[in-house]
Design a protein around this ligand. Structure first.
Ligand code: E4P
Length: 218
C-alpha cells in the first residue's frame, strides 16, 4: 500500500519525507488556501522538495477550463497528477486529459457508481472520502470494499485511494480492503507510530542496559 501525505504544508512534508515511507502527496484547494500561496506556486514548491506523485486540483467549473488548467498543472512537473472533482464536467475533462496522457485523480467520490464513472473515463486514481461518509453515519469503508471488488471484476487499472482518513483504524481497514493508496494527514501518520507497549518496552530495555554498564541516560 502506498502512503501519501494529505497536506500542502512544506514543513510537514519535509518532516514526513525524512521517515522514508511517503510515496506521494495529495493537496486540495482548502489545504492550499491554508498555506496562503496560490495553487501553482505552492505545487511548484512541493515538487522542488519531494519526488513522487503530487495531486494538484483544478478550481474551474467547465470541462474546457478544467482541461486547460489541468494541462498547466501537469506542465509544472512530470510528478503532478491533476485532481478533478467527480461531476459531469469533471468526468468530461478526465476523459480528455487521459487521452492526452495526463494522469488524473478523481476526487470527491462518495459512491461506487461514481467510482465506475472515474474508471470508465480513464482516471489514474479515484479518491473515495471515507471519513466524510462515516460522519453521515454510513460505513465509509464499505465504499472502499465495493470499489476494489468492482475494479477487480473488470480489470480497471484505476488505483483506489482512501481519502478523508481520520485515524489508524481507517488505515488498517483500507489496507485489508485492498486500497492501493491511503492519504494521511501528518498527525495521523504520527499516530501510527505509537503503541504504549513499544514505548514501555524500549524504556525498560534501555534502563536495564544502562544500569548493567553504568551508563548515564541520554
Ligand atoms: C484527499 O485527497 C482529500 O484532500 C482529503 O483526504 C480530504 O479529507 P477531509 O475530509 O479530512 O477534508
Amino acid at each position: 500500500m502506498k502512503f501519501f501525505l494529505d497536506s500542502a504544508n512544506l514543513e510537514e512534508l519535509k518532516k514526513a519525507a525524512e521517515w522514508g515511507i511517503i510515496d506521494g502527496v495529495t493537496t486540495n484547494p482548502s489545504l492550499i488556501a491554508k498555506e496562503g500561496v496560490p495553487m501553482e506556486e505552492q505545487i511548484r514548491k512541493i515538487c522542488d522538495i519531494f519526488d513522487g506523485d503530487i495531486s494538484a486540483e483544478v478550481v474551474s467549473d467547465t470541462a474546457e477550463e478544467m482541461v486547460e488548467e489541468g494541462r498547466r498543472l501537469a506542465s509544472i512537473h512530470s510528478n503532478v497528477v491533476v485532481k478533478v472533482p467527480l461531476v459531469q464536467e469533471g468526468i468530461k475533462a478526465v476523459s480528455r486529459l487521459s487521452k492526452e496522457g495526463i494522469r488524473t485523480n478523481v476526487t470527491l467520490c462518495f459512491s461506487a457508481a461514481q467510482a465506475l464513472l472515474a474508471a470508465k473515463a480513464g482516471a489514474y486514481i479515484v479518491s473515495p472520502f471515507i471519513g466524510r461518509v462515516d460522519d453521515l453515519g454510513w460505513p465509509g469503508m464499505d465504499l472502499i470494499r465495493d470499489i476494489v471488488t468492482i475494479y477487480k471484476n473488470y480489470g480497471f487499472q484505476t488505483q483506489v485511494l482512501s481519502a478523508s482518513v481520520r485515524g489508524a483504524l481507517h488505515v488498517v481497514e483500507a489496507a485489508k480492503a485492498g486500497a492501493h493508496i491511503t492519504t494521511l494527514p501528518y498527525k495521523v501518520i504520527e499516530q501510527l507510530f505509537h503503541h504504549p507497549l513499544t514505548e514501555k518496552g524500549l524504556e525498560q530495555f534501555l534502563a536495564d542496559y544502562r544500569k548493567a554498564f553504568d551508563l548515564i541516560p541520554a
